[in-house]
Design a protein around this ligand. Structure first.
Ligand code: C2O
Ligand code: CU
Ligand code: CU
Length: 504
């Protein structure tokens, strides 16, 4: 593994105490030099339906805490073609509207930046051309717009979109620049799953507030990142969801900066997981709890037909250990109140989708994985593959061939400060081949391991302290630079991110 030199401006930031103001200034300076127009649209089949959406990112206010007006940043959306269903605001929330596409659509999304600093949007989980992927080299200044134009290739699933600005991703997403993106396809539509008002996105975040009720993005620290004191669901504290005695499809997105959740129902009902990062599982998976790290998604079938009208059940995060010193307290997230009786005929389908498992031996390097180490160095911070982010830099082992199936390994076994990191790859969903953990870290690992939804398609995995995770990934057909990084957004903004270059 070749250690990669640090870029000089990162080193300055990391050696001092983390100053967001300084980070912002540097981001603006570097962006002014690098603001480049987004490249030509990808080749599309002539029949692709163009779904045109505009999103304006701008300051706004929201009622996050009851009776308090909090300054936020908000994506306001409008549909510019005749697809009125393509945009679904989350009621009462300052988060971005749910964007809904059919597999095969052509997405044409124009984003206007009015936030007063550089911005760029990433379509998390989607397989899009390098120029459309929201790489920080494509960030664009206040007062300008960019159009993202790509075919929606992914299968049905819960994806999401959020800021990916250089060293400002965490802050911008925290201020509200994030929202769900839902893809549907023919196989999914053939299933009798809850739809419409029974298909509910739940974006989990945490926040802290100053005495005036304004968002505070501190304290930040190297180990934990940012852990807010207040739990939010869809941008609301003390969130409630009123339900009927029906079955619901809950699409849960961990949109928090740094927090890992161990999701469970307060009445001990198992979590019925039907989907994860890359869409529906092959079959429902019953778990005592679901471990969801930043960036990951879980779709849960929640059946309230046996619940009495007037009763309630809480979606909470159970205690755990092992991720980092600050994480693992029990937290109540969402109170579900059963408010009305309605007949329900839906039954949980026994099979949900077809997932073709990769054959490990078909990976071109099976048994000799492409390995990326997580580590920590004093004065530098957390590193990935021996280095920190360089805008366009790639190391020798970060150059891969498109469409190639590879065995990839991520290790989290060295360095002075070993904590859990959610590692995310842009560009392609992958399969988890296996995990192993050092015996010294086993006890903490076991407080979360029954909640790892490793079946199906993934784009983000929580790599626990002492853990090694093996993946099978077939790289995108698109060539160019794609990011891989820690989705603890404080770690990402501090440079725990690298480029992977996909070559023809
Ligand atoms: Cu959701 Cu590169 O991130
Ligand atoms: Cu992503
Ligand atoms: Cu990290």
């Amino acid at each position: 593994m070749t250690p990669t030199p640090l870029s000089p401006d990162r080193r300055q930031i990391l050696q001092g105490s983390l100053s967001l103001a300084a980070a912002g200034t540097l981001a603006r300076l570097s962006a002014a030099a690098q603001s480049t127009p987004i490249g030509s649209p990808p080749a599309l089949s002539p029949s692709a339906v163009a779904v045109r959406i505009s999103l304006v990112a701008a300051p706004s206010s929201a009622s996050i805490l009851p009776g308090v007006s909090t300054q936020v940043w908000r994506y306001t959306g409008q549909v510019r073609s005749f697809h009125s269903g393509a945009l679904q605001p989350i009621p009462g929330s300052h988060l971005g509207p749910v964007l809904r596409f059919q597999q095969g659509d052509r997405a044409q999304i124009t984003v206007t930046n009015l936030i007063g600093e550089d911005h760029v949007v990433h379509w998390h989980g989607l397989d899009v051309p390098s120029d459309m992927d929201g790489h920080p080299r494509h960030q664009f200044p206040h007062g300008s717009s960019t159009t993202y134009d790509f075919p929606v290739l992914n299968r049905a699933g819960t994806y999401w979109y959020h800021s990916h600005a250089d060293m400002r991703t965490g802050f911008q997403a925290y201020k509200g620049l994030a929202g769900p993106l839902v893809v549907s396809d023919a196989q999914e539509q053939a299933l009798a799953l809850p739809r419409g008002q029974f298909d509910v996105p739940l974006v989990l975040q945490d926040a802290s507030f100053d005495t005036a009720g304004q968002l505070a993005y501190s304290p930040l620290n190297m180990q934990n990142g940012f852990l807010g004191t207040t739990q939010l669901v869809n941008g609301k504290a003390n969130a409630t969801l009123n339900v009927a005695t029906r079955a619901y499809r809950l699409r849960i997105v961990n949109g928090a900066t740094s927090r890992v959740y161990k999701l469970a129902w307060s009445d001990g009902t198992p979590m019925v997981v039907i989907g994860n990062d890359g869409g529906l599982l092959a079959a429902p998976s019953l778990r005592p709890y679901v471990t969801l790290s930043p960036g990951e998604r879980a779709e849960v079938w929640a059946d309230f037909r046996q619940h009495a009208v007037g009763s309630q059940v809480v979606l909470r995060s159970l205690p755990f250990s092992g991720v980092s010193m600050g994480q693992g307290a029990q937290l109540d997230l969402l109170t579900v109140q059963v408010t009305q009786s309605q007949p329900e005929t839906l039954q949980l389908p026994a099979t949900l989708s077809t997932i073709q498992a990769y054959v490990p031996q078909q990976a071109t390097n099976y048994g000799n994985p492409r390995s990326f180490a997580i580590s920590f160095s004093p004065g530098i911070g957390f590193t990935l593959n021996g280095g920190t982010f360089q805008m366009t830099g790639v190391a020798a082992n970060e150059i891969v061939r498109r469409d190639t199936l590879e065995h990839v390994r991520i290790t989290n076994t060295t360095g002075m400060m070993v904590v859990g990191h959610p590692i995310h790859f842009h560009g392609r969903q992958f399969q988890v081949l296996g995990r192993s953990v050092a015996s010294a870290n086993l006890a903490g690992w076991q407080t979360l391991s029954q909640g790892f939804i490793d079946e199906g398609w993934k784009d983000t995995v929580l790599v626990m302290p002492g853990e090694t995770i093996d993946l099978l990934v077939r790289y995108s057909s698109y060539t160019g630079l794609f990011l891989y990084h820690c989705h603890n957004l404080v770690h990402e903004d501090m440079g725990m991110m690298r480029n992977l270059r996909i070559d023809p």
